[in-house]
Design a binder for this molecule. Structure first.
Ligand SMILES: [Zn+2]
Length: 281
């Protein structure tokens, strides 16, 4: 599933393709891919895409009315989940077998483009939100802080009094937003912390080391346009390269890059987890 670096990469690669474009029309090909809290897609027609962004694992497009003075933006939100993919195509491009939604865009040059949301497994969701709608969405309201913005003191406070395993806390989007199985395992390995430790058992120094490690792997991955496992692609259709730098994810049974011992595989928080029993304590 695309995590923080992958969605950040999609937002960055999508921006030059859609910014300043006006949404002229929309086509919902699979109503089940539209979030139940979404306002009708036609409410976005005539709005200009002013920017792309990300919150946790959610891709955001900010939309302003073309004619009236600046006001709070509507937002088009896409949750890519397992296999969601966002790309633009030339005018006239037909939907593919897994295309769930299409928006017709008019570029600043007056030409036409089509923005596609494709999703093979169809777990992804699209939500058109008026400015006040986001606060009615419990998932959004409860999203934890962005890990790249967290200070050590804030991260220590996130972990304090949490009895859950540290990996479970990292995966909990209400605790920290945007981290999934890849970056939890990679961050814990880099910080030399065992994934099944109780979060509240981490010392202040260990918490600081873990935050620094998470931020390092997230930034390194963003710099390499994310990790392409299965079918993740950015908005240019390109694969990321960070999967070539994995120290533990997907490497169970292979030697630890630090100590050379064989990496172990277990389950933590219901998720497959790879770690080094010697290096991570
Ligand atoms: Zn090791």
């Amino acid at each position: 599933m695309p995590e923080l670096p992958e969605v950040e990469t999609v937002a960055r690669t999508l921006a030059p393709q859609v910014c300043d474009c006006v949404i002229e029309n929309s086509h919902v090909l699979r109503p089940g891919s539209i979030h139940s809290l979404s306002c009708p897609m036609r409410s976005l027609h005539g709005r200009r895409i002013m920017g792309t962004g990300r919150r946790g694992k959610l891709l955001l497009l900010d939309l302003y009315p073309v004619t009236t003075p600046p006001q709070a933006p509507h937002c088009l939100i896409m949750h890519l989940r397992m296999t969601g993919r966002v790309m633009t195509w030339p005018e006239g491009t037909r939907p593919g077998p897994h295309t769930r939604c299409i928006w017709d865009l008019r570029t600043p040059q007056g030409t036409q483009r089509r923005l596609f949301f494709d999703d093979t497994r169809a777990f992804g969701l699209v939500l058109a939100a008026a400015p006040d709608a986001l606060q009615r969405w419990a998932f959004w309201r409860q999203l934890g802080p962005e890990p790249l913005d967290l200070s050590p003191q804030e991260f220590i406070a996130v972990l304090a009094n949490r009895d859950a395993r540290i990996k479970a806390v990292l995966l909990d989007q209400k605790a920290v937003a945007g981290i999934g199985n890849i970056y939890a395992d990679e961050g814990l390995f880099r910080a030399r912390i065992a994934p099944d430790r109780r979060a509240s058992s981490l010392t202040g120094a260990e918490a600081v080391r873990l935050l620094q490690s998470l931020q390092e792997v997230l930034r390194l991955s963003i710099a390499q346009c994310g990790s392409s496992i299965r079918d993740y692609r950015d908005a240019n259709g390109d694969v990321g390269a960070f999967q070539n730098s994995f120290a533990v994810y997907g490497r169970s049974g292979q030697p630890c890059t630090v100590c050379g011992r064989i990496l172990s595989k277990t389950r933590v928080a219901g998720r497959s987890t790879v770690f080094c029993q010697h290096c991570q304590r």
